[in-house]
Write a protein of this length. Structure first.
Length: 225
């Protein structure tokens, strides 16, 4: 494969990076779900990526990026998150709607364009959803934080980022007033069937684990243990 990486390969590497950052590796089943393709297609593509030295695949343990794969993935994510900033800050689209547009722009936005775009935007550190924007050299600084679902009753913190950028989820969070920078405090936490329900102060409805596992917070010092 030429290092003139195709759009499809960029998307695979980007999604492997996202899954790896979230849970430590990318399971082929989860990757197929993210890419909206069959498991067989993912298996064939992962084999190709492994031959090209972009990923390492350990059966039953998942897929991880190599140094080269991570470099390419971070370049895509840099362009994606700058594109989100462009759509939100310059074109004034609602932050819950910019992810899908950025998915298309990331493949046509070259680094030659990304550099001046970053300057025009004021060199933002994060995307509108709070996720860090990689540097041109491939560096990325993740703020120390934890998932909302891992907080205990009476613990509180400030929302840092949303790792799942699905439009319907973001619109739901916005409807509740939950955005990066907003303070939250856990009132009640309970196990119900296969899910964890969490009630936050000032939020009328309980939140399921599918939501709270994608909300990351900076725990506030002095919150009750």
């Amino acid at each position: 494969m030429s290092r003139e990486v195709s759009q499809s390969i960029e998307e695979y590497l980007e999604n492997i990076y996202r899954l790896q950052e979230r849970v430590g590796c990318a399971k082929t089943k989860e990757l197929a779900k993210k890419m909206q393709v069959t498991l067989g297609t993912v298996t064939n593509t992962v084999e190709l990526l492994e031959r090209e030295g972009l990923v390492e695949h350990r059966p039953y343990r998942g897929v991880k990026l190599t140094k080269d794969g991570r470099r390419i993935a971070l370049g895509v994510i840099r362009r994606h998150r700058l594109a989100e900033r462009l759509l939100a800050d310059i074109l004034h689209l609602d932050w819950s709607r910019v992810h899908e547009g950025a998915c298309r722009l990331e493949h046509v936005l070259t680094e030659d364009l990304a550099k001046p775009l970053g300057k025009i935007l004021g060199h933002p550190k994060t995307c509108p959803h709070g996720n860090p924007i990689p540097t041109r050299c491939g560096g990325i600084v993740e703020e120390r934080c934890k998932r909302l679902i891992d907080l205990k009753p009476d613990e509180e913190g400030a929302i840092v980022k949303f790792t799942e950028e699905d439009q319907s989820l973001l619109q739901y969070l916005r409807s509740l007033g939950l955005m990066p920078g907003v303070s939250v405090k856990v009132e009640v936490k309970m196990n119900v069937e296969d899910s964890v329900l969490m009630k936050l102060e000032h939020i009328d409805q309980p939140l399921r684990s599918e939501v709270t596992s994608n909300v990351w917070v900076r725990e506030r010092r002095g919150s009750r243990r």
